[in-house]
Design a protein around this ligand. Structure first.
Ligand code: IPE
Ligand code: IPE
Ligand code: MG
Length: 237
């Protein structure tokens, strides 16, 4: 019998968690309940990802553009951050996992800012898994910020130096980016870092995106050949 290839597990997965609003609308519920359901789905996926041996899961939680949503929707989201960072995060620490935040936190309510910062600083050292929250994150502003930092500090923008000026400094580039909710775009997520990421799009709305659905994405990723501009394996003789 043919030997089954072991599944290739990506080191870093980016997740564009889209479709919470439509999930709620389908159920005649307010959008905020869609975000609550999305948060529960995310918690399960983070645990699953760490069990699979994935090292980093970056969850797109709030884009810079999302900040223009109605205040009550934003308040609902801030409430979810408060509850996650006061209770759930501790379960993550117990499993030797860390949290990291990328994005511009300065415009968030002050208590949320401190909770997020504490979440990072209380993380265990040498964690085997890191859940990265992209909050008020936008790739365009991240890149402009890095350019400004390079100019102000007289830093030569080599690839190595430039990566250190991005919010994602120290993280490997994402191997796989998953977007739920049916839209086929990146919506300002990790534009620099995603240069060679494999992309996976699914119609499934985020609250319905279970670990089983996540496994489908990993399986698809595992079967892809990443060429990084080189010719196909075996194509030159
Ligand atoms: C994604 O779900 C979560 C955030 C952007 C905060 P949406 O709220 O965009 O859900 P849809 O796209 O309206 O269904
Ligand atoms: C992308 O979803 C942002 C997050 C999932 C946090 P959006 O719903 O904001 O994206 P667009 O507006 O459809 O591009
Ligand atoms: Mg959306």
């Amino acid at each position: 019998m043919e030997k089954k290839e072991p599944l290739k597990i990506p080191a870093h997965v980016g997740l564009i968690m889209d479709g919470n609003g439509r999930w709620a609308k389908k159920r005649h519920m307010p959008r905020s309940l869609g975000h609550n359901a999305g948060m529960n789905a995310m918690i399960k996926l983070a645990e699953h990802a760490s069990e699979l041996g994935i090292k980093y899961l970056t969850v797109y939680t709030l884009s810079t553009e999302n900040l223009s949503r109605p205040q009550d929707e934003l308040d609902g989201l801030f409430g979810l951050f408060r509850s996650y960072f006061t209770s759930n995060v501790k379960k993550l620490y117990k499993k030797n996992a860390a949290v990291k935040i990328i994005g511009d936190l300065t415009v968030l309510p002050e208590d949320v800012q401190s909770l997020l910062k504490d979440g990072e600083s209380n993380s265990p050292d040498g964690a085997q898994f890191t859940l990265v929250f992209a909050i008020n994150y936008g790739a365009r502003s991240e890149i402009r910020r890095a350019v400004k930092l390079a100019a102000e500090n007289g830093i030569e923008p080599t690839e190595e130096n430039f990566e250190k000026l991005l919010y994602t400094a120290g993280l490997p580039a994402p191997d796989l980016i998953i977007r739920t909710g049916g839209e086929v775009r990146l919506s300002n997520f990790l534009l620099y870092q995603a240069a060679y990421a494999e992309l996976y799009f699914t119609e499934v709305l985020f609250p319905d995106f279970t670990p089983k659905e996540f496994d489908k994405a990993i399986k698809e990723y595992s079967g892809r050949e990443r060429r990084y501009g080189k010719i196909q394996e075996g194509a030159n003789g």
